[in-house]
Design a protein around this ligand. Structure first.
Ligand code: ADP
Ligand code: MG
Length: 702
């Protein structure tokens, strides 16, 4: 049970004054956690940290105030000039002056009476807002602040700027956050006092106060003591949770899985290719782990198209030789079905049975599969995350493989271990993750890499093309399709709130229909599962040859004879995602190409991204460039800022704290393995605060 002292932080934001369900829905867009399926909590809101600030400290004079900049000026109010009746969209103007000149405070759709009250004629006032020059005259449209000069203290001198979302104003967001911060109860300190002293870390409440009510811009820098304190908390919570899982995994002594190679040999004989050198090495590393009495905890890292699936299959074959079942968990339904399609026929050649279990399988058929799994009649169970969330009883689960592609979630691994199954674990990822990220996402894991691609792959030609040349492209694609080639056409997801005119996948499908009648398919996330399968199947079988889709096909989809991919509005995608998408082609022996369609004007970063894509296919190089362009947090193409799975920690600023947190976590658990001491109890609060309560559950169980 969660300690009740934390209740205020787990209360819905709607319990705060002035926050209703409508505002709460907007707040869900800015909090740094996924709140799908639950209310936004007060404890989510306190971690919305400012990404910049407005500095109103410096005073300017009208004549020399820089244009386009937010300035603070002391003026005397001279006269009000209401728009004449029938003046249409004419603004209401209030003229004011200082020694250097005149300033027009300009208001659209304003109420005169209100303005008379706020800006009384003859008063000295301080106004703060963006300076503009209109027809050669200085003006300020809708000043942010207007206070009497006598009450200058009411002007916020340093105002934090928060990430915004449509419909939510800075003022309302700030007010909500401050109300949330007010609710943070005094909590016992969990941080090592010596570390706190050495690093000048403030207490939690103090850190939050400084970040949300800064007296100086340096306080809201990620390198400030306040931010670093929060980051350390979060990293410590993460390392503690991972250490608990790992300890639990290691403690539940594994068993040696030793095989004689008979299934492996049969499957390898059925493969139309032989393993690459790096696949063979990875496989032997895995087999060596499996043979140990300790449990395996290994990461298999390989760029898109490097051939991870077959390594997974042969690892599962090994487990089967030792008499155990294996589970393979895919990030999407499409991918789970694709894995089944690859694996089932090969398994059959070795006399082994594979089955799929996802949220979609229902009724009697599902029950039969469940029975077969429980009775041990199925050797390889393939599924989505649902597989581990539900009560699937295995006869004897020996090996669990998680195909993460480039999505991360410590969460699933935790829940899997919490279930009490103690299989060997292999996590597959296509992201060339730097060491620090491996540490945060997985703790101390062993790593196997697939640096080389299978032989015979041809380089992918990448070209960029402005959208204006669309008709040329369509003409070329028609020829390619007539020659029997297969084409993906990717459209970005269009958010309903977006005003920019973008074509959705639906609309693009309709627009391309005449040119590719009968040979064109559509796939996107809002279609139901069976329709998605059917779209994939038809494309694989060659019944359709142009597949228009959203990024649902980004992850892992394998159609080796697809040779062209068009990415529309490529400027809107991150580098990692472009690389993933491009990896859908170039998987067979035929030359492939990638066309990045863009819309002018291109921003500087977008321009650079596209040129990196043209220059290289090397996933590591692309990850590095991405890091340079966007910071480590965005490397994985997740949130706009920050590191995936983290609320406040930014690895590009805080990676030095990571190692300390890891050592700290280790030491804590050595001294107080069940977190029973006074500090241990406080650390439990920390785990709850950062959503690592799965780990607390492990404690109790362990
Ligand atoms: P990823 O690592 O992206 O998951 P896959 O496992 O989907 O890659 O493999 C990509 C493609 O490469 C598949 O079509 C697979 O059959 C093929 N492949 C895998 N290993 C080899 C190999 N050693 N030689 C040739 N092709 C291979
Ligand atoms: Mg894959």
């Amino acid at each position: 049970m969660r300690p009740s002292v934390l209740d205020p932080l787990f209360a819905s934001v709607t319990t705060l004054d002035g926050i209703g369900s409508k505002l709460a829905a907007l707040l869900a867009n800015v909090v740094p956690v996924d709140t799908t399926g639950r209310d936004v909590r007060i404890g989510d809101l306190i971690f919305v940290l400012p990404h910049g600030m407005i500095d109103r400290r410096k005073r300017y004079e009208i004549a020399t105030a820089p244009e386009g900049v937010i300035v603070t000026i002391e003026v005397r109010i001279d006269r009000h000039q209401a728009p004449s009746r029938g003046g249409g969209s004419m603004p209401y103007r209030v003229f004011a002056h200082d020694e250097t000149g005149e300033l027009a405070l300009t208001f659209f759709h304003a109420k005169g009476a209100w303005l008379q009250n706020v800006l009384p004629e003859g008063e000295r006032m301080i106004v703060s807002g963006r300076m503009e020059w209109f027809n050669g005259r200085p003006s300020m449209v809708h000043p942010d602040h207007m206070v009497l000069a006598d009450r200058a203290g009411e002007l916020p001198l340093v105002e934090p700027v928060y990430p915004l979302t449509a419909g939510l104003s800075t003022k309302v967001l700030r007010r909500s956050i401050l109300a949330a911060v007010d609710q943070v109860p005094p909590l016992p300190e969990w941080m090592d006092p010596e570390l706190m002293r050495r690093r000048s870390f403030p207490a939690l409440n103090e850190a939050l106060a400084r970040l949300h009510n800064p007296a100086d811009p340096v306080e809201i820098d990620p390198n400030s003591a306040a931010w670093r304190r929060l980051a350390y908390d979060e990293l410590l919570a993460g390392q503690l949770a991972l250490a608990l899982v790992r300890r639990r995994i290691r403690k539940a002594s594994g068993r040696p899985l030793v095989g004689d190679g008979r299934y492996e040999a049969l499957i390898r004989a059925a493969l139309p290719y032989s393993l690459t050198e790096s696949q063979s090495i990875a496989l032997s590393e895995i087999k060596a782990d499996l043979a140990l009495p300790e449990r395996m905890l290994r990461l298999l890292q390989g760029d898109v198209g490097s051939g991870k699936t077959v390594v997974a299959l042969l690892a599962m074959a090994r487990a089967a030789e030792a008499g155990g079942q294996s589970a393979l968990m895919a990030p999407t339904e499409i991918l789970a079905r694709q894995h089944l399609a690859t694996i089932a026929p090969l398994a059959e050649r070795a006399g082994l049975r594979a089955a799929i279990l996802t949220g979609r399988d229902k009724g009697a058929e599902r029950q039969r599969t469940l029975d077969d799994i429980a009775a041990g009649r199925i050797d390889f169970v393939i599924g989505t995350h649902a597989l581990f969330q539900e009560s699937v009883a295995f006869h004897d689960l020996a090996l669990a493989i998680v195909d993460e592609q480039h999505r991360f979630g410590v969460h699933q691994r935790l829940s899997m271990s919490a279930k009490g199954d103690t299989p060997d674990m292999l996590v597959m990822t296509a992201t060339p993750i730097p060491r620090t990220l491996v540490l945060t996402a997985f703790g101390d894991m062993d790593v196997s890499r697939l640096p080389e691609k299978p032989a015979g792959r041809q380089p992918i030609q990448t070209a960029t093309l402005p959208i204006e040349r669309l008709s040329d492209l369509v003409e070329r694609l028609r020829k390619a399709v007539a020659e029997g080639q297969k084409v993906y056409w990717i459209c970005p997801l269009v958010e309903e709130s977006e005003e920019v005119k973008l074509m959705s996948a639906d609309e693009r499908f309709t627009a391309l229909q005449p040119a590719f009648a009968g040979k064109i398919g559509l796939i996107h996330g809002r279609m139901n599962g069976r329709d998605k399968d059917e779209a994939m199947r038809a494309f694989k079988a060659g019944e359709t040859r142009l597949l228009v889709g959203t990024t649902v096909i980004e992850v892992g989809v394998d159609v080796p004879d697809a040779t062209i991919i068009v990415i529309e509005h490529a400027e809107r995608f991150g580098l990692a995602q472009l690389h993933q998408l491009r990896g859908r082609v170039g998987r067979g022996s035929k030359p492939s190409s990638c066309v990045l369609l863009y819309k002018e004007p291109l921003g500087e970063v977008a321009k650079q991204r596209l040129s990196v894509m043209r220059e290289t296919e090397d996933g590591f190089r692309i990850a590095e460039e991405d890091l340079k362009l966007r910071g480590e947090g965005e490397l994985l193409g997740t949130r706009q800022s920050g590191t995936p799975g983290f609320r406040v920690a930014r690895l590009e600023h805080h990676s030095d704290l990571l190692e300390i947190a890891r050592d700290d976590a280790r030491l804590i658990l050595e001294r107080d393995p069940e977190l029973r001491s006074e500090r241990g109890e406080a650390l439990r609060l920390l785990l709850y605060l950062y959503g690592r309560d799965d780990a607390v559950r492990l404690l109790r169980a362990g």
